[in-house]
Structure formats: structure tokens, C-alpha cells
Unconditional design. Structure first.
Lengths: 115, 115
DNA sequence: ATTGACACCTAGGTGTTCTAGGCGTATATG
DNA sequence: CATATACGCCTAGAACACCTAGGTGTCAAT
């Protein structure tokens, strides 16, 4: 049973996932599973990052040199892959945040155009 | 000559194009070429809608019943396809604007998280 | 005569996201 | 003890939007 085309209940992020991940990791080393929880929690359950989006994104960011990774144990004693922001990653985050600012300003300009 | 990967100068919109088009058309019947000019103009040259993005989007919106189309003459005497917003289109626009509001709020929540 | 703006269009490629699976461990619950 | 649930990682395939790069034709200006 396929959902109807008009059902757009999963209207999350679009190209902002990378930026959000970088921002969360910027708060301190953290593993993937926890990143998705933090994003969901801080956005008050608005963003729900699917694992099928999360892990490819993390690998993408790591490959681009924006994230570094290291296997460590969590507080509950399990092995997990902890990510941290590289210098390049911090620059990228700043660029993406500035860009987001400009995009949302431009969108606001258009949305508020009356007549 | 391929541009370097890190060159992200064309960091436009992402899934917002449909909404922006609907919003422009909501101001009154207008043809495709003029829509792209209006978007560029109102956004102060920030958004530059490529024709390869524009026309498929217009057909998409028309197929979904959000836009109606009619061939008419422009003020310069040329034939052009004028689009206007349908009732469904107006509802869709309202929904997308509300959604955009929630998305940008949620993004702002995360971006402003310190520590 | 040719260039550039106007005005429409499509095919093919790229990249991101979602769905839908799979693997393994630990902990709680029946 | 079984088994479900949370934790924590992963991938393949499909869908979809966007961009590049072409194409057509008209009209005005140089």
C-alpha cells in the first residue's frame, strides 16, 4: 500500500541536514545515534532524522574532512563512533550558517511581498 | 573545466522553489519567464532560477492542480503561458508557508544552541 | 546581418533523502 | 528463560528536485 502523493507529513529538512549535524557536533564529540536524538530533542520533536539519512550524511561529512571519527566507549560501556569537528568543519559550519541566514532572509522577502 | 567541489556559489533554494513560485503567482497571473525575473528581483538577485528548474516546476505544479495555465499575449505582443493560482494552489501555498515557518524556527532553535 | 532579450521546452546527470531492510549487544519484562 | 526493546552501526534501491546543456522560435536593436 503506497501512500498518496499528496501526503507530505514527512516534510523535514532539505539541504540543511549537514549543517545541523555539524552544529551538534560542534557542541562536543558525540556519536551518530546521539546526534539524531539531540537534533530531535532540541527541535522539540520537529526534526526526526532517519538512520538512512543520518549515517550516509556522517560518512559524507567525514569524507569531506569536516568531521573526524574515533571509536570509543559510551558511558553505558558500549563501543560507538564518536565524531568531532575539524578545523575545516568549523569553517564549513560558519559558511553554511551564514548562507542559511541569507537564504531565509531572501525567502522571507518573497513571502512577505504583498501585491 | 570542472569547478572545485568546495565551490558552493550556487547555493540557492532547496525544496522551496515550489512555494516561491506559488507565492509569486498568487500576486496575479503571470508567465513563466516573468516569474523567474520577479523572484530574482524581489530577492535582490539572491535567487536565480534556472530555466531547467523553472519549467519542470511549473509543469509539476500544474499537474498537481495548484496552477492553471492559459496562453495569452504579453504587453509586448508575444504569446506566453500565463499561470494563475487555483483554489487548491492557494491552500497548498498556505500550508507550505506555515511549514516553512516551522522549519525555519526549528533550524533556528538548533543553530542558536550554545553548549 | 547578427546579436541579444524574450519565451518556451527537454534529456541526462548528480546529489540528498527515504524506505526497508540487516547485524550485534545489552537490558528489561513476561 | 524467552523475547521484546533500546542502543548503535550499516547499506541498497528508489524517488525526487535541481542543474547543465542543449534545443526552438520571435522580435528589436545595432
Amino acid at each position: 500500500m503506497t501512500r498518496p502523493v499528496t501526503d507530505d507529513r514527512s516534510e523535514f529538512l532539505k539541504g540543511t541536514l549537514d549543517m545541523l549535524i555539524l552544529k551538534i557536533v560542534a557542541l562536543g564529540p558525540i556519536h551518530g545515534y546521539a546526534i539524531s536524538q539531540r537534533i530531535q530533542q532540541i527541535s522539540r520533536d520537529f526534526f526526526q532524522v532517519q538512520q538512512g539519512s543520518l549515517y550516509p550524511a556522517l560518512h559524507r561529512l567525514e569524507n569531506r574532512g569536516w568531521l573526524g571519527a574515533e571509536w570509543r566507549a559510551t558511558d553505558t560501556g558500549r563501543e560507538a563512533k564518536f565524531y568531532s569537528l575539524t578545523k575545516k568543519g568549523r569553517k564549513q559550519l560558519e559558511a553554511e550558517m551564514a548562507n542559511w541566514e541569507r537564504i531565509s532572509d531572501a525567502v522571507a522577502l518573497i513571502l512577505r511581498t504583498a501585491e
